[in-house]
Ligand binder design. Structure first.
Ligand code: LLP
Length: 404
C-alpha cells in the first residue's frame, strides 16, 4: 500500500478506481503482501523447515486459502466447516491439524475419515471419544496432546490462551497421565505435543519460556514425539511505531530446543500471514457535528469488522485521496449500527473529510471477514484480491435476498 499522486494504491491499483466498479464496504487483499509474509515466515525458520499450517480461523476466504495452499502451506482447523473448506481449497490432508476443546463426535469421525495429519486433543474425555471411534472403525489414529504451559503471553487478556485459568489444553500432570494412558491404547498413536500461547504476541520471551516448559514436560514423559506443534500467535505491527516480534530470537530459542528434541516443528500462524494484507474500504455516509467532535459515519460497521468493538483494538484509518488539509476537529469514525461500541477509531489529527469521501481501515486481513456477521441484517461485504494491476473478486457481496 502506498500513495501515488495522493491516491491510495494497493499494488498497482488505485483504490478509488476499485470503488467505481464495486460498492463499499469492501475488503481488499494484496497478493504481493501475502507472498512476502509467507516467504519471510519460511525464511525466519528455514534451518529446520517447519510444517506451516495456516490458521483458517483468521481468514476463511476459499480463494485466498487456495493461494495460500499454492504457496506451500497446510492448514490448522477448528471445526468441520473449516476442515471442509481447507480440503475444498485442495490442501493435502497430511498437512492439516485439527485443534479445539470441543470437537464433537461427528467432527472427529469426519476428520478420521479424511485421514488428516493430527487431531490435537485437549482433554481426557476427547481422547476417550477418539479411541471409541477408532476402535469401532478398527483404525489407529494419530493424535497430539495440547499442553497448557501456564505462561502469560503478555497480550490482550481476551486473546491469551496459555495460562492455567484458560480453558485450553491440559496441565503438565494431566499431560503426563495421558501419555501413560495412551501408551496402553491399541487404537491411538501419540505423535505430537502441541501448545498455543495466545495471539498478537510481540515479545519473544513468553515463547522462550514456553520452550523451557515443553522441554521439561517432554523429559518427564520420557516419550519421543514425532511432532512438536508450537501453535501461532506471532504478533504484527498495527500502528506505525509498534514493535514487531523478534523472529530471530524465537528461531534461536527453537534451535536450542531442537538440540535435545529431534521432532519436526509445526506452526499454526494466522495473523502473521494475512493480517497486514487486508484493507476495509468504506465511504463516509454522513458527518454529524457535535461541539467536541465530529462523528464520521461510515458505511462499514462492527458487523463487517469486529476487532475494535470486541477488543478495543486500534487500526489505522487512512484517507483514500490525500489532501493535507488537516481538520481542527476530533474525528470519531463510527458505523451505522445501533450500538455504542460500533466505533472504529477516535483521531485527533486527520485530514478534513466530506460526505462521500473514502477511507481505508488497515490491517484487517486477519479476524476481519472471518469474525464478521449479519448483525442488523447487514449483508457481508465483497472481498477482492489484488495482484499487480489485476482485481479479482474472490467473494461476492452477500445479497439481501440471501438473508431474507
Ligand atoms: N492455533 C490455535 C490453536 C489458535 O487458537 C489460534 C488463534 C491460532 C493458531 C492462530 O493464532 P494467530 O497466529 O492468528 O495469532 N480474534 C482475535 C484472535 C483470536 C485468536 C484465536 N486463536 C483477534 O482478532 O485478535
Amino acid at each position: 500500500m502506498n500513495y501515488f499522486n495522493k491516491n491510495l494504491q494497493i499494488e498497482r491499483v488505485k483504490v478509488q478506481n476499485i470503488v467505481k466498479k464495486l460498492s463499499t464496504p469492501l475488503y481488499c487483499y494484496s497478493y504481493k503482501q501475502l507472498k512476502e509474509n509467507i516467504d519471510n515466515f519460511k525464511k525466519s525458520f528455514k534451518s529446520f523447515a517447519p510444517l506451516i499450517c495456516f490458521s483458517i480461523k483468521s481468514n476463511n476466504n476459499l480463494n485466498l486459502i487456495k493461494e495460500i495452499k499454492k504457496l506451500g502451506l497446510g492448514a490448522d482447523v477448528v471445526s468441520m466447516g473449516e476442515l471442509m473448506l481447507a480440503l475444498k481449497a485442495g490442501i493435502n490432508p497430511k498437512k492439516i491439524v485439527f485443534s479445539g476443546i470441543g470437537k464433537t463426535s461427528n467432527e472427529l469421525k469426519f476428520a478420521i475419515n479424511k485421514k488428516i495429519l493430527l487431531i490435537n486433543a485437549e482433554s481426557k474425555s476427547e481422547i476417550i471419544e477418539i479411541e471409541k471411534i477408532a476402535k469401532s472403525k478398527k483404525k489407529i489414529i494419530n493424535i497430539g496432546i495440547r499442553l497448557n504451559p501456564n505462561i502469560d503471553a503478555k497480550t490482550l487478556k481476551q486473546i491469551t490462551t496459555g495460562k492455567k485459568e484458560d480453558k485450553f489444553g491440559v496441565d503438565e500432570k494431566t499431560f503426563l497421565d495421558l501419555v501413560n494412558y495412551i501408551s496402553f491404547s491399541k487404537n491411538i498413536n501419540l505423535k505430537c505435543l502441541s501448545v498455543h500461547l495466545g495471539s498478537q504476541i510481540l515479545d519473544h520471551r513468553p515463547y522462550e519460556k514456553m520452550l523451557k516448559v515443553l522441554d521439561r514436560a517432554i523429559k518427564k514423559s520420557n516419550y519421543n514425539f514425532e511432532f512438536i506443534d508450537l501453535g501461532g500467535g506471532m504478533g504484527i505491527s498495527y500502528t506505525k511505531n509498534n514493535k514487531k516480534l523478534n523472529y530471530s530470537k524465537y528461531n534461536n530459542a527453537i534451535k536450542r530446543f531442537k538440540k535435545s528434541h529431534k521432532s519436526k516443528i509445526i506452526f499454526e500462524p494466522g495473523r502473521s500471514i494475512v493480517g497486514n494484507i487486508g484493507y476495509l474500504i468504506s465511504k463516509v455516509i454522513y458527518i454529524k457535528k457535535n461541539n467536541k467532535k465530529d462523528f464520521i459515519i461510515l458505511d462499514a460497521a462492527m458487523n463487517d469488522f469486529m476487532r475494535p468493538a470486541l477488543y478495543g483494538a486500534n487500526h489505522r484509518v487512512l484517507p483514500v485521496i490525500k489532501t493535507n488539509n488537516i481538520s481542527k476537529k476530533v474525528y470519531e469514525f463510527v458505523g451505522p449500527i445501533c450500538e455504542s461500541t460500533d466505533k472504529f477509531a477516535t483521531l485527533k489529527k486527520f485530514q478534513k473529510l466530506r460526505e462521500k469521501d473514502l477511507v481505508a481501515i488497515c490491517d484487517v486481513g486477519a479476524y476481519g471477514i472471518s469474525l464478521s456477521s449479519n448483525y442488523n441484517m447487514r449483508p457481508k461485504p465483497a472481498e477482492i484480491l489484488i495482484k499487480g494491476s489485476e482485481i479479482n473478486i474472490i467473494k461476492k457481496r452477500q445479497k439481501l435476498t440471501d438473508l431474507i
